[in-house]
Design a protein around this ligand. Structure first.
Ligand code: AQP
Length: 329
């Protein structure tokens, strides 16, 4: 029995990297008699500019996607981060234990701020501390995440250990849970960087809502190399990435994929990949549409989740306030 927790930003329509990196691994752990927390980190999303109307839609869309992916609100607390104010309160306290140098070393911060000059917000810099608060509030044991978030979970562990050493045992030390294949789905148009929903070009990602024509266009344009074989080898970034996507959506192994396409070229491989992706996406999209139709139900599920989460988080905050000496008795 463990506490399992993951979260996703409503910063755009979720992509297959988010699905296979975080949502599917979470859903697989959901049935093991664990206590499950899945939330929509809207306060993380505003670390970069968001249009308020679009943000509201993205929050509902994220909730509908989780339900469509198999998240069961009877087994999982599904809620919006902004509805539980303890997340930001704990983040402030943890800020006072976190070193500037630790945040400066975060590779996601470096990637997201490249060429941005002075317009980078303090919120984006501080993002990993809010994420540490998200995790530590709920005595989390396991955090299913994509490879890109491993460094942030490790920082949460370091902060928890520091807090426990200074103020006494308060936080559980969490562990990242990273799948072997598909932990880092790369961008279709640049396989040296990860697929990202807020990328400047929509050729970067395969959205969970892409229709057949869009999938076809994106896969046909996806970067490969001059070799022309369907063989997964280190250094063949574009081809290996497409083969990984094939593996994820079809459930086949790399060896099976290599055998099926031996002696065949990119045109045939890409055509088959397009079909596999569409077969995977269409039923999921149908379920997302069905869920979105019942707007009221989505809001009720999020609200019920928030109320339960608030009660758990407030208990932990009382312990924290007492430990650091701000609670008077
Ligand atoms: N390319 C990826 N491959 C595998 N897993 C991925 N994840 C993200 N990209 C990939 C995992 O999805 C979960 C949710 O991520 P997030 O929404 O909190 O933010 P992120 O990691 O910054 O993801 P994006 O898509 O790149 O969002 P933007 O563009 O808004 O920053 C995490 O578990 C993450 O590891």
């Amino acid at each position: 029995m463990a506490n399992i927790l993951t979260a996703l930003q409503p910063s755009g329509v979720l992509h297959i990297g988010n699905y296979f990196g975080a949502i599917e691994p979470f859903v697989k752990l959901q049935d093991d008699g664990n206590t499950n927390f899945l939330f929509i980190v809207d306060y993380h999303a505003i670390t970069v500019p968001q249009d308020p109307k679009q943000l509201r839609q993205n929050i509902l869309f994220a909730a509908a996607t989780y339900l469509a992916a198999g998240v069961d609100p009877n087994k999982t607390l599904l809620f919006q981060q902004s509805r539980v104010s303890a997340h930001t309160e704990l983040a402030w306290i943890l800020n006072c234990l976190t070193h500037m140098g630790e945040l400066e070393r975060m590779t996601q911060f470096k990637d997201k701020t490249r060429n941005k000059g002075e317009s980078v917000t303090v919120g984006l810099f501080d993002y990993p501390v809010l994420m540490a608060a998200d995790i530590l509030l709920y005595d989390t044991n396991i955090v299913p995440v994509g490879e890109d978030q491993k460094q942030h979970v490790e920082l949460a562990r370091d902060i928890a250990e520091r807090f426990n050493n200074r103020f006494g045992e308060t936080f559980v030390i969490p562990k990242p849970h990273i799948r072997k294949e598909g932990a880092r789905v790369m961008a279709l148009d640049d396989p040296t960087s990860k697929m990202s929903k807020s990328a400047a070009s929509d050729k970067n990602f395969l959205s969970l809502m892409d229709d057949e024509k869009t999938v076809e266009k994106k896969i046909k344009a996806a970067m490969t190399d001059a070799e022309g074989t369907i063989v997964n080898r280190p250094g063949r970034l574009g081809v290996s990435n497409l083969m990984t996507i094939y593996e994820l959506v079809s459930g086949k192994t790399m060896a099976q994929i290599e055998a099926a396409f031996e002696g065949k070229g990119y045109a045939q491989f890409k055509q088959d990949l397009i079909e596999q992706i569409n077969q995977f996406l269409q039923p999921l999209q149908q379920r997302i549409h069905d869920s979105l139709k019942d707007h009221k139900n989505l809001i009720e599920i999020l609200e019920a989740g928030a109320q339960k989460a608030q009660a758990i988080a407030e208990k932990k905050m009382q312990q924290v306030r007492e430990a650091i000496g701000v609670k008077l008795s």
